[in-house]
Ligand binder design. Structure first.
Ligand SMILES: COC(=O)/C=C(\C#N)c1ccccc1
Length: 396
């Protein structure tokens, strides 16, 4: 059914529906499908779901010139400590990715896999079962539901050595090369939401005193080494990166850390330096402060004391902004006034495969069901209806 209490506003007159060139891709609109985990990959093997994933991405890239960023995709077995999220290191995985890319390319749309490594957020059961490392910058105890589970399984964090950090850098660049060679239009480095790179950026979790911690520059090093290695592997025109400066998911500081804007300004400044030398990433992708944790319900735990505006005075390239926007068309209207801003919509793109058309025309939106966000089934993944299909079966 449609969301009753939401009154859509047509955004067709905004820049959101003006074409824009993003690196080698020609987008016909600026509504982006951002990375979101769906937990439909098969285990063991972390293989993308051959039956449903190609259909899922085909449905959401039907409008020619759309930009799709995929579900988080693991760079290696050590990075992949969620059973049902997909990876990109094996031939079996690549074979399914090629099927996905083919469907998106047939729609004349573009697809950017998001490269992911879990670090501190690895699943306790899988860590224990597979004897994988529980990787972190400094082994700082952190509470929350994860903290209790790790204690229960007697898991203690492993403080990454310089060699292991270099290994991760290598895995990011190898994964990027593989997935680009398989036909992706680009890749997004995941440096957000409390996963591997994020705890290195954040003073709350990074207490190292060697070159990877102890200062704003040193906390940025791991992330920038990954950026440089991936650019060296696939070229700067195929690389984006995602940050959640104000996010608290994974027990990150969020806006309560006075240094957080300085920290991200430094990293983004370093990216701008590379761009000025003709070797910069294509875009930076920022989670809006209002969504501090992707698991919270709309409006819950909102952080409204800061904005991502700081990034605009540092980074002169494309900026993608994501975070509870579809139900706030007035905010989307405002943000889309900027020449180089793309807007990403997560939950409503899950339940509205034709979301760009709906936002453009101000059409009612299909409700989503949270219960099937991360569950192994076609339901909640490829069974949501396009507008005309919904009307035909009597949605109102
Ligand atoms: C893929 O990028 C993410 O940030 C994924 C998650 C977050 N936050 C996520 C979603 C569902 C289950 C576990 C992690």
């Amino acid at each position: 059914s449609f969301i009753k209490e939401f009154k859509p506003i047509a955004l067709e007159d905004t820049k959101l529906f003006k074409p824009i060139k993003v690196s080698d891709t020609n987008l016909s609109h600026r509504v982006v499908l951002p990375p979101l985990t769906r937990m439909r990959a098969s285990f063991p093997g972390n293989v993308p779901n051959e039956e449903w994933a190609p259909e899922y991405y085909d449905q959401r890239s039907k409008r020619p010139g759309s930009m799709i960023i995929t579900e988080g995709t693991f760079i290696s077995p050590q990075a992949a400590v969620y059973d049902n999220a997909q990876g990109v290191w094996s031939d079996k995985q690549i074979a399914v990715w090629k099927k996905i890319f083919k469907r998106v390319r047939n729609n004349k749309s573009y697809i950017w896999p998001q490269l992911w490594a879990l670090g501190r957020q690895a699943d306790a059961v899988a860590l224990k079962r597979d004897g994988l490392r529980f990787d972190s910058p400094s082994g700082i105890d952190f509470g929350g539901k994860y903290g209790e589970l790790y204690k229960k399984y007697g898991l203690s964090q492993h403080i990454l050595t310089k060699e292991e950090i270099k290994q991760y850098v290598e895995e990011f660049s190898t994964a990027a090369k593989k997935i680009i060679d398989a036909g992706a239009d680009g890749i997004e480095i995941h440096a957000a939401n409390g996963f591997l790179l994020n705890p290195f950026l954040d003073p709350i979790s990074n207490k190292r005193t060697n070159e990877y911690g102890g200062s704003i520059e040193n906390r940025s090093r791991f992330t920038l080494e990954v950026v440089d290695a991936v650019i060296a592997a696939v070229g700067h025109t195929k690389v984006g990166i995602r940050f959640s400066a104000f996010g608290t998911h994974g027990t990150m500081s969020g806006g309560s850390e006075p240094l957080i804007i300085a920290q991200y300004s430094h990293v983004i400044g370093e990216l701008e330096k590379r761009a000025k030398e003709g070797n910069g990433v294509v875009y930076i992708h920022l989670m809006e402060p209002r969504v501090t944790n992707p698991f919270l319900l709309e409006g819950e735990g909102e952080y409204l004391d800061d904005t991502n505006d700081f990034a605009y005075s540092i980074w002169t390239g494309i900026i993608i902004r994501a975070g509870n926007l579809a139900l706030h068309p007035e905010i989307s209207r405002e943000l889309s006034k900027d020449e180089r801003t793309l807007l990403a919509f997560v939950r409503l793109y899950i339940s509205n495969p034709d979301l760009p058309d709906r936002l453009e025309k101000g059409l009612p939106l299909n409700k989503y069901n949270r219960e099937t966000f991360y569950h192994m089934g076609a339901e909640g993944y490829i069974e949501y209806l396009r507008y005309n299909q919904a009307i035909k079966i009597g949605y109102n």
